[in-house]
Write a protein that binds this ligand. Structure first.
Ligand code: TA6
Length: 323
C-alpha cells in the first residue's frame, strides 16, 4: 500500500502537510490518515466514507472494529462510524441503514466554505453523490459532503452537509445516523448518562420512557432515544475514561448492544465481542428530515475521550454533560 503525499485532501495548511496522508490501496480501499499531536490519529476509508480508527495521544484505539469484520466491499465494515443514509433501519426497497456506507466516496476538491475551528489540527472533506443504480432505488439527486476533523486535543468531529440537488422540483425526506461503535473495556462496567427520563422507541418500536438514572447494560439494548439533550456521556468504569458525545442537528440517539445471542448470529462479529463495544449513535430517526431542492441540512457530532475518576465519585458526569 503506497503512501503518497496528500493529493487533494483539504487540511489546515493548503499545501502538503504532515497532518494529512492519502493512502492508495488496491480495490478502491483508499484511506486518508489524519495525524494530530503526539499519537492522535483518525483513519477514514473512502469506501463507505467510514471512520475506521480514532486513536488518542497514547495511540490507544477508541473505536471498536470487529476482529471478524469484512474489509472487502460491498458489506459495510463492522465497526468505526458507518454513515446511515438515506435511511436508518430497514424499510421499503432500500438496504438496511441505506446505501451511503456501501458506496465509494471521493475527496471533495471544491467544498463550499465551512468555517474551520482554529483548534482543528487536520481535516479532510469527502463527498458522495448518487450512482445511476442508486437513483433507481432512491430517485433523488443529492450532494452529501462530510468533513472529518481531528482537533488539537485529539477530539474527533464529523460534519455532514446534505443538499437536495433535484432539478424536478421534488423535495426528499431521509433518516440519518452516525452509527458509532465505541470501544469499551467491559460493557457490564459501562454507564450512559444524559438519557435519563427520555422517551425511546424499543425493539418493537413502542414508545417507552427511560428510568431516572444512568443506563447500565445487562442484556441486549436496542433503543432510539427521542429528542434528547445535545450531550451524552459514556462512562467506562474500568478504563476510567468518559466519552462525551456532542451533537447538533440530530435530535435522537440510538443505543445498541447486541449481547450474546445477537452477537452469535452476526458472522462479522465475534461471539464475545459484545462485551467490548457499545453503539451510541447521534441520529435523526423519529422525524425524517425533508429538504426542498436547493436546501441543505447540516448534522454534526463531536467526540472526545476524557479521563474520568467516576468510580471514585469525584467526576460528576452531569458536569461533563452540562459543563
Ligand atoms: O443501530 C442499531 C441497529 O439498528 C441494530 O438494530 C442492528 O441492526 C445494528 O443497527 C446493526 O445493523 P447492521 O446493518 O450494521 O448489521
Amino acid at each position: 500500500m503506497a503512501a503518497s503525499t496528500p493529493q487533494s485532501p483539504h487540511h489546515q495548511q493548503q499545501s502538503s502537510s504532515p497532518f494529512v496522508e492519502y493512502i492508495r490501496a488496491p480495490g478502491g480501499l483508499d484511506k486518508v490518515l489524519l495525524r494530530g499531536g503526539r499519537s492522535c490519529s483518525v483513519e477514514i476509508r473512502l469506501f463507505g466514507g467510514q471512520v475506521t480508527s480514532w486513536k488518542n495521544d497514547h495511540g490507544e484505539e477508541l473505536l471498536f472494529v470487529s476482529s471478524k469484520a469484512n474489509f472487502r466491499p460491498p458489506k459495510a465494515l463492522r465497526g468505526g462510524i458507518p454513515i446511515c443514509f438515506p435511511q436508518f433501519g430497514s424499510h421499503g426497497n432500500l438496504e438496511q441503514h441505506g446505501f451511503a456506507r456501501n458506496r465509494l466516496w471521493t475527496i471533495d476538491d471544491n467544498p463550499p466554505p465551512l468555517p474551520v475551528n482554529p483548534a482543528i489540527k487536520a481535516f479532510v472533506d469527502i463527498i458522495l453523490k448518487p450512482t445511476e443504480d442508486d437513483l433507481k432505488t432512491w430517485p433523488h439527486s443529492f450532494e452529501f459532503r462530510l468533513r472529518i476533523a481531528l482537533g488539537a486535543l485529539g477530539d474527533l468531529s464529523l460534519t455532514s452537509r446534505i443538499r437536495n440537488t433535484n432539478t424536478d422540483g421534488r423535495p426528499f425526506s431521509y433518516t440519518f445516523a452516525y452509527h458509532t461503535y465505541f470501544s469499551v473495556s467491559d460493557i457490564s462496567e459501562v454507564r450512559v448518562e444524559g438519557l435519563e427520563t427520555m422517551d425511546y422507541l424499543d425493539l418493537k418500536k413502542e414508545r417507552c420512557t427511560e428510568q431516572g438514572d444512568a443506563i447500565v447494560f445487562e442484556s441486549e439494548v436496542d433503543k432510539v432515544y427521542l429528542s434528547t439533550p445535545p450531550k451524552v456521556a459514556i462512562i467506562d468504569h474500568e478504563k476510567k475514561r468518559t466519552f462525551v458525545v456532542t451533537k447538533e442537528g440530530l435530535p435522537d440517539v440510538v443505543v445498541w448492544n447486541p449481547w450474546d445471542k445477537k452477537a452469535k448470529a452476526m458472522q462479522d462479529f465475534g461471539d464475545s465481542e459484545y462485551k467490548h463495544m457499545l453503539c451510541v449513535e447521534p441520529a435523526a430517526v423519529e422525524k425524517p428530515i425533508t429538504l426542498k431542492p436547493g436546501e441543505e441540512w447540516k448534522g454534526r457530532v463531536a467526540l472526545s475521550a476524557v479521563p474520568s475518576s467516576y468510580c471514585s465519585g469525584q467526576l460528576d458526569p452531569l458536569m461533563v454533560l452540562h459543563g
